[in-house]
Ligand binder design. Structure first.
Ligand SMILES: Cc1ncc(C[n+]2csc(CCOP(=O)(O)OP(=O)(O)O)c2C)c(N)n1
Length: 289
């Protein structure tokens, strides 16, 4: 039976009192994921907004042990924690590295790839705001084509790197995409990852209102539009079997892109080319969407 909102625990193991901006997608993702992970969880977080907004020492927003790591090494630190737990015979603890898109796909990629290749018993969550937000909104490999950032002010000329495909190519047991606008899907996926042994990778679209230049109360709405227009597909790959978890309604990509300040310079031809790439991906005709 599929998960229902009333089945979720009331307690928030991440959240109250954190120092995030309003509508912060990363914080919403953290709150949702902790509904699945529960109290026997250890979280490692590299340099990022999430590390900063979590607080420190006695004042952390995590109600579980959390460890702030160097930027490049959260999955390596998680691997070490898992080894330490094993050495002490401690079982049934979830070990989670929780990193931004730069901490996962760019500067943190080597330790992520290494931990996946070793099939460490852990979950890596990438919360993706498509920019390096903690340092002022620079571009990275997860920034989409044409998006303006603080160092691609006229729009990024290259495409978003397909991290889900890269992680799938590691041959790990579980890879999934999620969006903060679909909490039950997100929580089910984290639960599934937690129930498995070995390495799982979950990539969550988690908009940032500052970087995306949208109203602060619209982050969930844009996380929804990204899915509904088909640019962010919700799927999972479990032991090599790929399942699409949601059929989008195919709103036009213009409805997703044009209201965002980071795309304010985008041309009609560019919007059309993005629409065509979505149509191709879903095998839809040229006139659709
Ligand atoms: C080796 C290293 N390089 C650069 C930095 C500076 N730095 C800290 S956080 C950050 C950006 C993090 O971006 P992301 O992982 O996407 O998370 P976000 O800030 O967007 O939440 C950078 C470049 C650092 N701390 N260490």
């Amino acid at each position: 039976m599929s998960l229902r909102i009333e089945d979720l625990p009331q307690a928030d193991l991440f959240g109250p009192g954190n120092a995030s901006c309003r509508g912060c997608g990363a914080a919403i993702a953290g709150r949702q994921a902790m509904k699945a992970l529960g109290s026997r969880t250890i979280v490692t977080i590299p340099a990022s907004c999430m590390a900063t907004l979590s607080g420190s020492n006695q004042k952390t927003a995590w109600q579980v042990p959390f460890y702030h790591t160097l930027f490049e090494i959260a999955p390596a630190v998680s691997s070490g924690i898992r080894a330490g737990l094993e050495a002490q015979g401690i079982k049934e603890v979830q070990v989670v590295s929780w990193a931004g898109d730069a901490g996962s796909a760019d500067i943190g990629f080597q330790s992520l790839s290494g931990a996946a290749e070793r099939n460490e018993d852990m979950i890596h969550v990438c919360y993706d705001n498509e920019m390096y937000m903690n340092t002022g909104g620079q571009m990275g490999s997860q920034t989409p084509l044409y998006a303006a950032t603080s160092n691609t002010t006229l729009g990024k000329p290259t495409k978003k790197k397909n991290m889900l495909a890269i992680m799938e190519a590691h041959g790990i047991g579980y890879v999934a995409s999620a969006s903060i606008a679909y909490p039950l899907d997100l929580i089910s996926k984290v639960r599934k990852a937690a129930a498995r042994e070995g390495f799982s990778y979950i990539h969550i679209l988690a908009p940032c209102y500052r970087g995306w230049n949208i109203p602060g109360d619209q982050t969930v709405e844009f996380a929804r539009r990204a899915v509904e227009c088909g640019l962010w597909e919700l799927f999972e790959v479990e032991d090599g079997k790929r399942t699409r978890n949601y059929e989008p309604s195919f709103i036009s990509v213009a409805d997703y892109l044009l209201p965002q300040g980071r795309f304010k310079h985008i041309t009609k031809e560019q919007v059309d080319s993005v629409q065509e790439s979505v149509n191709r991906h879903y095998g839809r005709g040229r006139s659709e969407g």
